[in-house]
Design a protein around this ligand. Sequence first.
Ligand SMILES: Nc1ncnc2c1ncn2[C@@H]1O[C@H](COP(=O)(O)OP(=O)(O)OP(=O)(O)O)[C@@H](O)[C@H]1O
Ligand SMILES: [Mg+2]
Length: 337
Amino acid sequence: MIGIQNLTKTYKTKHGTVKGVDEVSLTIKRGEIYGIVGYSGAGKSSLLRCINLLERPTSGTITVDGTDLTSLKGEELRLARLKIGMIFQHFYLISQKTVFENIAFSLKAANYPKGQIKERVEELLATVGLAEKRDVYPAQLSGGQKQRVGIARALANNPKVLLCDEATSALDPTTTKSILNLLKKINKELNITIVLITHEMNVVKEICHRMAIMQEGRVIEEGSVYDLFASPRAELTKEFIESVVSFDVPEAILKNCEGPIIKVTFKGKVAGEGVISDMLQQCNVKGNFLHGSIEYIQELPLGIFIMELKGQKDEVKRALQYIEDRAAQVEVLRDGR
Ligand SMILES: Nc1ncnc2c1ncn2[C@@H]1O[C@H](COP(=O)(O)OP(=O)(O)OP(=O)(O)O)[C@@H](O)[C@H]1O
Ligand SMILES: [Mg+2]
């Protein structure tokens, strides 16, 4: 749906050129929710703004729904951009216009048939659950409601892609959840491809199918959210994941352990199938749980446990083998004494 090839965006400033995006290539599939994560200044907004040519790439190409946007100009580009809606952290609503007028504005700007505007706005208000706020001004809305207007406005011209720049970063956790649920619904029911940038891994874990991690303008790791949570490779990916699922065991506790300390990762259905309890029955070892949880990443379980194995060396070895044969991954964090 979206093809980004060798995209570079540099900015000329008083102090020389700054690289916002550095040789990024990504493919975002039709119908997916794709997350782009990175710290401040990593180049997320620069990349997103290049997707709809709000920012013209310095080099590289952007293809959306089969059209190379970088080759278009004027009216052709304007029409192609109608296929791409965008929402922002700070909403950017027009304060002198009512909710109805804010949404109608983007229809008028796209030459939507005059006689159908009222009906379309009302349909959009129903989609975002804001029918009763039709005639109020933005100042009378909560942050979550403002974002709903932003979403209605972005959907007005039936886009195929929705770009979200930190769309929930100004919202509290409960409101964030409700906006994420709305985005999920839009993705499913309207089959809109969503690209979402955020620095919050919770957001990614909640709704994204795949994700990319950016650092200094580059994509350093990319893949399915589930796989990255199960086996991150880059240090930065690990750091982001640890912000939502942390497995730190205090050194004071580790110090008292004698047996090897292992981290076991179970993927999918097997996470709940009692591999560890079976192992404890089959092998003559004791398991001392130090940490553990089953995370649900879009309803798919991912179990991660940290435990000390206590027992005779050969029994411990057999136990390790038993788990290794059944778990996705076993990592020995520390050898036994
Ligand atoms: N218009 C601009 N002019 C000059 N430099 C810019 C401009 N926009 C972005 N940059 C620079 O490009 C780099 C990437 O910025 P960008 O806004 O894309 O980061 P970001 O990942 O979105 O950060 P944040 O999480 O803070 O929004 C930064 O070094 C930034 O200073
Ligand atoms: Mg940004």
